[in-house]
Design a protein. Structure first.
Length: 283
């Protein structure tokens, strides 16, 4: 029996497999992954020496825990496939009706609610819904999770270990908060990339060579992140420490304020959160 099976072998699954093996939380023999693309299966098998298959049901049949890493539009067909494959079997070989609690199911399908997963997998399904983010692909991810009605604290601890292998993870008690998480850490890397792009382009427009502008932007963001992490000061205080009265930073901050920078960010985060809610409603 495999300890963990991946349904979908895309970038996020690959990042997690790498993290789990690199941290030595699992052995290659403990993992299996399915993907419809033969080239992707070959890549995973060659890179990580894990077992791969094109059959989702095979993964479900041989895995104690199943991590669903498919696009939201594929979730219904995947649930239909897996439901029969993971139903416990009675002693006489007959299927136990609507009981799928023999395996832990972890889903990272965006916008797919716990209620939808529990309905799709049947009564008693042990479900955990997780919202990871793209930096998991470089071992610096941020994931938040909520467990369903039948999932246990042991299940939650297992999921925390998995996502902790590719960054940091937190457990929430209210599923509704995952919409805000999606808008913050799920989409947040793109906001940072956007700001970095604008910063580097502004410096380039003012005469700095493009490669130097990018290098300095990257290190500036890295230094700011380290300062936030290590100094553990209020963000307002960190800003004040850089912005001397009458200085260059104060001039820039006044311009940001005049252009309603904070309001723009707030509106953007709310738009992302609302779109996450719409996806959860199937819109």
């Amino acid at each position: 029996m495999k300890k963990l099976g991946f349904i979908g072998g895309g970038n996020m699954a690959e990042a997690m497999i790498h993290g789990l093996l690199n941290r030595r939380l699992f052995k290659a023999a403990d993992l299996i992954a399915s993907d419809p693309e033969a080239a992707r299966r070959r890549r995973l098998a060659r890179t990580f020496k894990i077992e791969t298959t094109g059959d989702n049901r095979e993964v479900a049949a041989v895995s104690s825990a199943i991590l669903i890493a498919v696009k939201p539009q594929s979730i219904d067909s995947v649930m239909d496939e897996l439901r029969l494959a993971i139903e416990p079997t009675a002693a006489n070989g007959a299927r136990r009706r609507a009981r799928t609690n023999s395996k832990l199911i972890i889903s990272i399908a965006a916008g797919v609610t716990i209620a939808r997963l529990e309905k799709g997998f049947g009564v008693g399904a042990r479900v955990i819904r997780v919202m990871p983010n793209a930096p998991a692909m470089v071992g610096a991810g941020m994931a938040a999770m909520v467990r369903g009605h039948a999932a246990t604290r042991v299940d939650e601890s297992f999921a925390m270990r998995i996502f902790g292998a590719v960054g940091e993870a937190v457990a929430l008690r209210e599923e509704a908060l995952l919409d805000t998480v999606t808008a913050l850490s799920g989409s947040g890397p793109a906001y940072v990339y956007l700001f970095a792009k604008a910063l580097a382009e502004a410096a380039e427009a003012d005469g700095l060579p493009a490669d130097l502008a990018f290098k300095m932007t990257l290190q500036t963001i890295r230094g700011a992140e380290e300062s936030m992490r290590r100094l553990k000061l209020d963000l307002g205080e960190l800003i004040r420490r850089v912005a001397s009265p009458g200085g260059t930073t104060e001039a820039a901050l006044r311009r940001f304020d005049a252009e309603h920078f904070s309001a723009i960010v707030a509106h953007a985060v709310r738009a992302a959160a609302e779109r996450s809610r719409e996806l959860g409603r199937g819109l």
